[in-house]
Design a protein around this ligand. Structure first.
Ligand code: PLP
Length: 389
């Protein structure tokens, strides 16, 4: 346990270095990294293109917070709006995913003059009060939480029609500003919506003038086999929350993208963060996003992710495994019994880092540069960890 850091439950592993899909601890032990900082290090660790950009900016650039502008902000905002699905036209500078979600809530209310935000229960959107209130973290923070949120259950093949109907019924009451959700529910244990779900939600949003906000903090930047997971369902959101893979772990930043219409209607909402897109972060984001585009990392994510899922599905014959599921390199293993910690430890001892979710599923989000050989090695370690359980 940390003696001085006010942190909570982290694994007792002191990581000293990383390269590509590998991490090295303070004893020099090497680990395959199947987590990538939880959907962060999509391009892999210590990429020279990004490090060079950071070094250059640190030597040649300067960051003056407050009221002065940077051309690089404009370049990044333009690039993000261009590559995002929908008609994104504006980017708010944020320091994290939680902040992007908070901005989205405020923009939605300001633009529509309505209050209610409908979201999915038992999924995570961040720990600030707004983000916690829209996600499941409201259950873990000291209340009262922000009012005006209605939660629907995670839709599955059996209940999705009822969930859609409940959404439409809520919307018909007239006070719904937005539907805010991840395209794939990552932190809840990688739940993938039935293919009919999002097209129906989008249709209802359009029909009743309700905003569609996609939280792509975890699923964005190639994670789910598309540049953005919204593309899986052909969604054209009105707003999009970004962070994590946006910097690739080379800085701390987030973004909220909005259409011009939303921006104009919400114009004047107070939005300011001293370190929003600080200069090193901005250089890192530009280099990172360009690298993802150059290497088309979503293609490898789809290919290797599909391959890994096939291998992991073999675990479904094990008595402790309910289901292996995933899309691209966002993969989860649902367990029948609480053995996640044991599996994590066994994997760690054999040189593989994997994670578990708050509700006890195994969670894998390797760097998108993962090759087949390393994928095989990691999967073999997971399979071995189930042996004797
Ligand atoms: N939204 C999703 C889907 C997330 O997974 C997270 C973080 O795990 C957040 C929002 C919050 O992002 P941050 O930790 O950068 O505040």
């Amino acid at each position: 346990m940390f003696k001085y850091l006010a942190d909570y439950g982290s694994a007792p592993l002191y990581i000293k270095d990383g390269k590509g899909c590998y991490l090295y601890d303070s004893f020099g032990r090497k680990y395959i990294d199947f987590v990538a900082g939880w959907c962060v290090g999509n391009v892999g660790w210590k990429r020279k293109e990004i490090i060079e950009a950071i070094k250059k900016e640190a030597t040649e650039g300067v960051y003056i917070p407050a009221f002065l502008r940077s051309k690089k902000w404009e370049e990044l905002a333009n690039l993000l709006c261009k590559i995002a699905p929908g008609k994104m036209h504006r980017a708010f500078r944020c320091t994290s995913g939680s902040e992007a979600v908070d901005y989205a809530i405020r923009c939605a209310r300001a633009a529509t003059k309505k209050i209610t935000i409908v979201s999915i229960d038992d999924v995570y959107h961040g720990y600030t009060y707004g983000a916690a209130s829209v996600g499941d973290a409201y259950k873990r923070i000291t209340g009262p939480v922000v009012p005006g949120f209605v939660k629907l259950p995670i839709p599955n093949q059996n209940n999705y029609q009822q969930v859609i109907k409940r959404f439409e019924d809520l919307v018909k009451k007239g006070d719904v500003a937005a539907f805010l959700s991840e395209p794939v529910w990552s932190n809840a244990g990688v739940f993938i919506p039935p293919k009919e779900f999002y097209p129906a939600i989008q249709k209802i949003c359009r029909k009743y003038d309700v905003l569609l906000i996609m939280d792509e903090v975890a699923t964005g930047f190639g994670r789910c086999g598309k540049l953005f997971a919204s593309e899986l369902w052909n969604l054209k959101p009105d707003m999009m929350c970004l962070a994590k893979g946006l910097t690739g772990g080379y800085g701390a930043a987030g973004a909220l993208l909005t259409t011009e219409e939303v921006f104009q209607k919400a114009r004047g909402i107070p939005a300011y963060s001293t370190f929003g897109w600080a200069y090193i972060e901005t250089a890192a984001m530009l280099a990172n996003v360009k690298l993802i585009l150059k290497e088309k990392l979503w293609e490898n994510s789809e290919k290797i992710g599909g391959y890994m899922l096939e291998q992991l599905k073999e675990l479904e014959s094990h008595s402790k495994v309910k289901e292996a599921r995933g899309v691209g390199l966002l993969l989860g293993i649902e367990l029948r019994e609480p053995v996640a910690t044991k599996i994590l430890l066994k994997c760690g001892l054999r040189g593989l880092i994997i994670a578990d979710t708050d509700n006890g599923h195994l969670f894998l989000s390797p760097p998108l540069i993962l090759d087949k050989q390393t994928a095989n090695k990691g999967v073999a370690i997971i399979k071995k960890a189930f042996g004797g359980l």
